[in-house]
Design a protein around this ligand. Sequence first.
Ligand code: MRU
Length: 343
Amino acid sequence: MTIRAVEWNTDSIILLDQRLLPKKTEFITLRTIEDVWESIFELKVRGAPAIGITASYGLALWASQATFDSVDKFKKELSVKKDYLCSARPTAVNLFWALERLVSSIRNTDSIEQAQAQLVEEAIRIDLEDEEVCRQIGEHAWTLLKDGDTVLTHCNAGGIATAKYGTALSPFYLGKERGLSLRAFATETRPVLQGARLTAWELQNLGVDVTLITDNMVAHTMKTNSINAVIVGADRVAANGDTANKIGTFGIAIIAQALGVPFYVAAPLSTIDLSTKTGDDIKIEERHPDEIRRIQNELIAPTNIPVFNPAFDVTPSHLITGIITEKGVVKGNYEEALQALFT
Ligand code: MRU
């Protein structure tokens, strides 16, 4: 059975609390926009598309509870609440994309009741579309893979980071459906261990042959284990193809190039941001120092040791063999090819 990370429940949102995995599979109920903000900030929900979906439902939830005496006041406050949700995390562009889409969907609506209904409909549409988009990404990924291949992945770009299927993990789901086998190496992904806690758990549940390695084992593993490809997700792809993804991705791309292993980014169009020119323009989130000083709340370093904790890094496009989107695999001149996806 596939677990959905986020589900709309008419007057609330049901969320898989990803901080507790793999020890506990627990669902929480979000009843206010503040609950939604906190869940995104605290990584109860994470992964660019899942953040966008949750925020959309969060804005629709706020709207459904709001009472105003004019549609203009409603729209003004909607925009304030949109900015509030956008402040939860700065790097994953899906958050901004999804909320902008929601606000745009009611631009020409002049009744509050109608706007409330439309916002819920639009959030559901974003959720359902993401499922289909991720499936298509899996289809296109398979044009680059063959039965029996071994893929190394970083962080978690799986079903629980999206509506369903995932981006980087989508070919594993499609492979299972079709009786095609893919082996996986998952990096543990310090500091908060999305690889060890989430990808290892998700792929194991799917029945995939998955091996866990620590982040500093990537070069040796690639050299000694015939890795056919690296596939990672993305939080934001700039117009020139530079890609922000979980911290450590850049290093893996350098290693892949040094060892001649193809390095693919799997990303839906909702993660491609043509208004961000290059990777230098992407804001990189820095998180709490205790994520480094502690592992699962256990102190592993001096209490007050200074820490640098960027949550993401940017892989320059020249290290990326191809970007796997729902519309096909983009290679070569990223500037032109990415632009062409939107026209
Ligand atoms: O901090 P996280 O767990 O939200 O980071 C997630 C990633 O970096 C994923 O690779 C990315 O969001 C793509 S998820 C399909």
